[in-house]
Design a protein around this ligand. Structure first.
Ligand SMILES: Nc1ncnc2c1ncn2[C@@H]1O[C@H](COP(=O)(O)OP(=O)(O)OP(=O)(O)O)[C@@H](O)[C@H]1O
Ligand SMILES: [Mg+2]
Length: 483
């Protein structure tokens, strides 16, 4: 295939084929001709083309049918229909069926060349896009150091790639520990600003005055103690990106100043008169519902809309559990290297526990669990014992499977036995402490106590922490405290 692209010409008239072939070859395109739709489709079956020019009026299978067959072979092939002036309607019809464009006879050479150029350009874009996507979606389960191959994470990767090069403000939303900061850095690293500063502002940590002087700087004497003038982070981030973490924590007064920087790209230092121009890409993150804050009057509505140009929503880990094994692998490698413990493995039972857990602290929590286990494990395998109690004890509740026997069953008895089983497991999980068991079942301790009596549930033997069995009756004092 020549570098300029290859084109299929399908026309029953010899003179038309010659005109087009000469014209296109003259421009450096590779050209194959076919005298009929059948022949054209056959050629396309064997040779990949970038574009096809197809006459509408042909004996045998007509142009329309040829178009359809060609599109079946390659959905993205740009097919250009050639039609006599009288049948423009036909051509429009063809566009509806997926033709790229049409030209009417008699045509000017330039016209053909422009249409072909457009077609190949689009073809190139489609290909590029596809390669890009395939690279991210199939080859990699990572994007920079962001791990994930669930559809929701792939959408995040796509969005980063698309949005990074522009100057548009980006708002990253997600629960704590979902990777907002990682995404912010990735956006910066995939922009032309990557050589410049990436400045992080943790809006939550500072009292309002200090936050403003941190962001915008101050002049000498701006306030007591301002002995020296100081540049702000917006100065430092010029030509780079500024990451406003926890933007929901920014006080209303400061929000107004922030809005000004976003709108006018300029600001004044505290106590200063000089207007300073900056070129900064703003990336903001929040784990709170900003819309609700707007409704409560805690967040400026205009700033809210300014921030919502491009929004990246990071999924909670419990919404993408398929990624857990991948993340585990990632962190095993990371902490394995740090702790000189290469080739550490996770026992399948341990992974089961991790898969069952809901991860309220998201990826950060999982990372901590793996780090801890890596450090504490002595062998080459991390066993289930290495998984912290809070993770293992929260195995999700599974409703028992009910099978009604053919002879039927007493509803009352079944319900009572279900209640009984539930209470017994709650007591067991609570180590026999009724108050705790009531919490687990989200009922009042008095209610639980009544039910224990009604079902005549006796404290069961339970395992003491040191492994030896002890009588749960020892805990009777605990039972009684809540009765
Ligand atoms: N997809 C991921 N792949 C690998 N590591 C991740 C991923 N998401 C988060 N992490 C890791 O989890 C930790 C928390 O991530 P990060 O600080 O970006 O979260 P966050 O959303 O900013 O949390 P917070 O709201 O608490 O500030 C970091 O150590 C980060 O490297
Ligand atoms: Mg963060």
């Amino acid at each position: 295939m020549q570098k300029n692209g290859s084109i299929l010409v399908v026309d029953d008239e010899e003179i038309m084929r010659e005109i087009l072939e000469t014209l296109l070859k003259g421009e450096g395109y590779a050209v194959r001709t076919a005298v009929s739709g059948e022949e054209g489709v056959e050629l396309a079956r064997n040779i990949p083309f970038d574009a096809a020019i197809v006459d509408v009026m042909m004996p045998g299978i007509d142009g329309m049918t040829t178009l359809e067959s060609l599109k079946k072979l390659d959905d993205e092939l740009a097919v250009i229909m050639v039609t006599a002036f009288a049948s423009v309607e036909n051509a429009i019809n063809a566009m509806k069926r997926g033709a790229f464009d049409y030209i009417t006879k008699p045509f000017k050479n330039d016209e053909v060349l422009v249409v072909i150029k457009n077609a190949l350009e689009r073809r190139r874009l489609v290909n590029e896009n596809r390669t890009l996507r395939q690279n991210i979606q199939e080859q990699y389960s990572h994007f920079d150091n962001i791990v994930g191959r669930s559809p929701s994470m792939r959408r995040v990767f796509d969005l980063i790639i698309q949005a990074a090069p522009s100057r548009s403000t980006i708002l990253i939303q997600g629960e704590s520990g979902t990777g907002k900061e990682l995404v912010a850095r990735a956006v910066h690293m995939h922009s032309q600003r990557k050589e410049r500063a990436f400045v992080t502002v943790n809006s939550g940590n500072l009292p309002p005055d200090l936050l403003e002087s941190t962001l915008f700087g101050h002049v000498k004497g701006a306030f007591t103690g301002a002995v020296y003038p100081k540049k702000g982070l917006f100065d430092l981030a010029d030509k780079g990106s500024i990451f406003l973490d926890e933007i929901g924590n920014i006080p209303l007064e400061t929000q107004a100043k922030l809005l000004r920087v976003m709108q006018e790209r300029e600001f004044m230092r505290l106590g200063g008169m000089e207007v300073i121009k900056v070129d900064v890409r703003i990336i903001a993150a929040t784990n709170v519902d900003l819309r609700r804050m707007v409704d409560e009057g805690k967040f400026r509505e205009d700033l809210y809309y300014r921030l919502h140009v491009i929004t990246v929503q990071l999924p909670a880990l419990r919404e993408r559990k398929d990624d857990v094994p991948l993340l585990v692998q990632h962190f095993l490698e990371k902490y394995g290297v740090e702790n000189s413990r290469p080739n550490l493995e996770l026992a399948p039972e341990a992974l089961d526990l991790l898969m069952d857990y809901d991860w309220p602290g998201n990826v950060r929590e999982l990372e901590n669990v793996i780090e801890r286990a890596t450090v504490l494990t002595s062998g080459s395998r991390i066993d289930a014992e290495m998984i912290p109690d809070n993770v293992r004890s929260s195995r999700r509740f599974q409703m028992p499977q009910f099978v009604v026997p053919p002879e039927g069953i007493s509803y009352r008895d079944a319900e009572a036995s279900f209640q009984r089983g539930l209470i017994e497991s709650a007591l067991e999980a609570a180590g026999g402490v009724q108050k705790r068991a009531a919490e687990l079942l989200q009922i009042k301790p008095t209610t639980l106590n009544e039910m224990i009596k009604r079902h005549d549930i006796r404290p069961r033997r339970k395992k003491a922490p040191n492994g030896s069995a002890s009588r749960a009756e020892d805990n009777d004092t605990e039972h009684e405290t809540v009765a």
